[in-house]
Design a protein around this ligand. Structure first.
Ligand SMILES: Nc1ncnc2c1ncn2[C@@H]1O[C@H](COP(=O)(O)OP(=O)(O)OP(=O)(O)O)[C@@H](O)[C@H]1O
Length: 298
């Protein structure tokens, strides 16, 4: 269980994370989504005790990360795959971690095997690893202590499609055995494929969270008009957040509010429907429309 309560991080006058609260339950994968600079990494670093919060608190298994007696046995963390000792071989790196955590040495080979780093790869120095191999080694580090919780920042970065598919299965299996997974990603389709719950962050604030299927069912409204510019103007004047979709405008509001805004401006619509069927990508674009704009103009 991960419990995040009112986490806030300010850098000078800039608020990178603003009153963020969510909970990750055992047996679930929580997808942590947001555009660049939204505050995902900062939130995860605060959960793992690497960045002190300006306000709020986070616990893992009921305790602040820094108070866990042997954190690696309880929480597997992968925040930055490139931050690994480049001069060690993959096997050496894991062996050192195993000794530090008090994990049986034979788990080293088993974990390397589990993440798909074969004997040849395990004997190479980390500096010669591709990003995908570093991600696999980082995941091995996270899994080595047989933890009940995984916190992974963009773990699919650098993995090829087969690797992404493999990781999805690994995380699903981990959660199905009662584990708790918090996974950040900008690869929306990957999150859609594996997550049970979603936390969507934009401009440091949570813009949506909940059960993935419920969120997808309420993914805003798709609207079209022959005069797209007039429609855009009408929605803008009504203060409704709008994103360009592939087949119309996506609006973070219900159909009634969108229809009313168009009617008030005398714009004739050619289509008005829930956007949810378009999947997570549309939901993501819709939900983060305002936040992305704020980020872009900052
Ligand atoms: N050490 C720091 N000092 C000042 N500002 C920071 C620092 N770390 C992060 N920020 C700012 O905080 C905001 C959130 O950054 P963060 O890295 O958490 O976002 P993110 O959602 O992980 O984005 P990305 O997907 O691009 O990694 C950004 O505006 C960033 O510039």
């Amino acid at each position: 269980m991960i419990d995040v309560a009112h986490l806030t991080k300010r850098y000078g006058r800039h608020t990178a994370v603003d009153d963020v609260s969510f909970r990750c339950e055992p047996g679930t994968v929580t997808g942590f989504l947001g555009p660049n600079g939204a505050g995902k990494s900062t939130t995860m670093r605060m959960i793992c005790g690497l960045t002190p919060p300006s306000g709020g608190a986070a616990t893992v298994g009921g305790r602040p990360y820094r108070e866990l007696p042997n954190p690696g046995r309880e929480v597997g963390v992968l925040l930055d795959a490139s931050a690994q000792h480049a001069g060690r071989t993959g096997r050496e790196a894991l062996a050192v971690a195993a000794a530090t955590m008090g994990v049986e040495h034979r788990r080293v080979a088993a974990t390397l095997d589990l993440v798909g780093l074969n004997a040849v790869a395990a004997k190479r120095r980390v500096r010669a690893y591709s990003l995908g191999m570093r991600q696999r080694l980082g995941l091995a580090h996270a899994l080595l202590g047989d933890p009940r919780v995984l916190i992974l920042d963009e773990p699919a970065n650098g993995l090829d499609p087969e690797g992404i598919f493999w990781m999805r299965g690994l995380l699903r299996d981990f959660a199905d055995r009662g584990g708790t997974v918090l996974l950040s990603s900008h690869l929306l389709r990957e999150v859609e494929a594996v997550a049970d719950r979603l936390v969507v962050i934009g401009g440091g604030r949570i813009v949506a969270q909940g059960d993935k299927d419920e969120l997808l069912a309420g993914g805003g409204t798709l609207v079209r008009a022959r005069d797209a510019a007039a429609l855009r103007g009408a929605l803008h004047r009504a203060g409704l957040p709008v994103t360009e979709g592939t087949d119309g405008l996506l609006v973070r509001a219900d159909a009634e509010a969108v229809g009313q805004a168009a009617a008030d401006a005398g714009v004739a619509l050619t289509e008005l429907r829930p956007a949810g069927s378009g999947g997570l990508e549309q939901l993501f674009l819709t939900l983060t429309a305002g936040a992305s704009t704020r980020e872009a103009v900052r």
